[in-house]
Unconditional design. Structure first.
Ligand code: E4P
Length: 218
């Protein structure tokens, strides 16, 4: 299972990268705005900084909602760096753009997916990644994990190569449950990765080991 971090915060990205388990980054316009990154030039410069920190895929989302605009923006984003994956919303023009990029060998991440039907369309359009938003479904009392399981089944039935990128991850149990279902990738905040380390018995055990070592080596 690949681990992506879902942020535009360079410190969090660097911390996750330093752990040695990071496979990529996802961003979206809200995450860029949260870091105060505004204006085309600054946004482009920020994507380049992210690519300099991580070795894996970096999803960069288009703002256009029409085919021509998405193609123009997506081509410019893809030209920025070989690690860039063009992120497209699951609307009709997004699917058309996905097919266009897929035919040209440009990698895509189809985002804002909330149903198995949307995920099926993304796969048929040749998406590299499909991003079902697990947490946002849970937020409205709908079983987000069930959606991941449905997509897994559909993709396996037909051998689609589109990777399931479980997005809108909120906590460590989401990560573990997605791994059990067979999600190819998860993207979440730094805490959803570092939280996997935590166990009180590890802390107690380590303290005891160090204490016993000290006793025998004074
Ligand atoms: C997906 O790529 C999105 O950036 C993200 O996972 C959305 O998460 P949120 O629901 O926490 O905003």
């Amino acid at each position: 299972m690949k681990f992506f971090i879902d942020t535009a915060n360079l410190n969090d990205i660097a911390e996750a990268q330093a752990l040695g388990v990071l496979d990529g980054v996802t961003t979206n316009p809200s995450l860029m705005a949260k870091e105060g990154i505004t204006g085309a030039d600054n946004i482009i410069a920020h994507y380049k900084k992210i690519c300099d920190i991580v070795e894996g895929d970096v999803s960069a989302e288009v703002i256009s909602t029409d085919f021509d605009g998405m193609v123009r923006e997506g081509e410019a984003l893809a030209a920025l760096h070989p690690q860039i994956v063009v992120k497209l919303p699951i609307i009709a023009d997004g699917i058309k753009a996905c097919k266009y990029f897929s035919d040209k060998g440009i990698r895509t991440n189809v985002t804002l997916v909330f149903s198995a039907g949307q995920a099926l369309l993304a796969a048929k359009a040749g998406a590299t990644y499909v991003s079902p938003f697990l947490g946002r479904l849970d937020d409205v009392s709908t079983d987000g994990l069930n959606l991941i399981a449905e997509i897994r089944q559909i993709y396996d039935n037909y051998g689609f190569e589109t990777q399931i990128l479980a997005a809108s991850i909120r906590h460590t149990m989401h990560v573990i449950d997605c791994a059990k279902i067979g999600s190819d990738v998860m993207t979440g905040p730094l805490s959803s990765i570092t939280g996997l380390l935590k166990h009180p018995l590890t802390d107690i055990g380590l303290a005891k080991f160090l204490e016993d070592y000290k006793k025998g080596n004074q």
